[in-house]
Every structure is written in C-alpha cells, then in structure tokens.
Design a protein around this ligand. Structure first.
Ligand code: HEC
Length: 119
C-alpha cells in the first residue's frame, strides 16, 4: 500500500515537471537549480524522506496544491523555525505526522529551506 502511493506521488511530480515536453525529469528539483544543490547531501536526504512520506499528497515544490508549495515555504522562512499547524497559509490544517522522527522531520525541513537557494 505504501509503495503504491509513493509511486503515485512520484508519477504526479514527474507529470508536473514534464507536461508539454517528452523529456522525463528524474528529480522534482527546479530546473534552475545548479548541480551544487542537487548534489547537496541535505537536499538529497530530505527529498528522499519527503518522497517516502505522504507530504507530496498536499505539497509540490513549485506549485500550490492543498498545502503551500515548498518554494513558498522556503521563501517565507529564514531558518528552521517552521512550526506547522494551521492558519499560516490559509484555513486548511495540515495533518500531524506523529510517526515521523524529529530527526527525519528536521531533515525534510532542511531540504525545503534549501530550495530557497535555487530561486
Ligand atoms: C493533508 C494534506 C497535507 C499533508 C499530507 C502534508 N501537508 Fe504540509 N501543509 C498542508 C497545509 C494545508 C499547510 C498550510 C497550513 C497552514 O495554513 O498553516 C501545510 C504547511 C506545511 C509547511 C509550512 C508550515 C508553516 O509553519 O508555515 C511545511 C514545512 C509542510 N507543510 C511540510 C510538510 C511535510 C514535510 C509533509 C510530510 C511529512 C507534509 N507537509 C504533509 C497540508 C499537508
């Protein structure tokens, strides 16, 4: 079940990146991101964790879905003071993810904040 949803999210992302072209992008990284960003271990690890969790149901990197895009989050925050919750971006609450370890959550946030450097 979990594997199936991961595949679905990955396909959604790929579809979003590749619309209009027949080029297939392997990663949801912004096209303008330099190779320095995608080779950053924090970026790779965070992206991996986010891809494994359910985050991509509601979030995309460059486009608002149910939740704000990660680029928007990244642009809004200077450091690691991302709290989650409700009312920051709108009236839709984000579900809690108690199954995530704090270390994993921090790693995901590191990835999101790194997106800022790609803008
Ligand atoms: C059920 C849909 C949903 C899922 C699943 C989800 N989010 Fe969210 N997320 C939201 C919404 C809606 C908001 C905006 C909440 C608000 O207005 O404060 C949000 C906000 C955020 C923010 C910004 C928080 C802030 O304080 O501004 C971050 C970072 C974030 N999500 C990361 C994640 C990560 C990482 C995951 C996976 C572990 C995830 N989200 C899974 C819907 C979701």
């Amino acid at each position: 079940m979990k594997k199936i949803s991961i595949t679905l999210f990955a396909l959604m992302l790929l579809g979003a990146c590749g619309s209009g072209g027949d080029k297939k992008e392997a990663a949801p990284a912004p096209a303008s991101a330099g190779s320095s960003l995608s080779s950053n271990p924090d970026y790779q690890k965070g992206l991996e964790l986010i891809a494994k969790s359910d985050c991509l149901t509601c979030h995309k990197v460059g486009e608002k879905l149910i939740g704000p895009s990660y680029k928007d989050v990244s642009a809004k925050y200077e450091s690691n003071d991302v709290k989650g919750g409700q009312g920051v971006w709108g009236q839709i609450p984000m579900t809690a993810h108690p199954q995530l370890s704090e270390a994993d959550a921090k790693q995901m946030v590191k990835y999101i904040l790194l997106l800022k450097t790609a803008q």
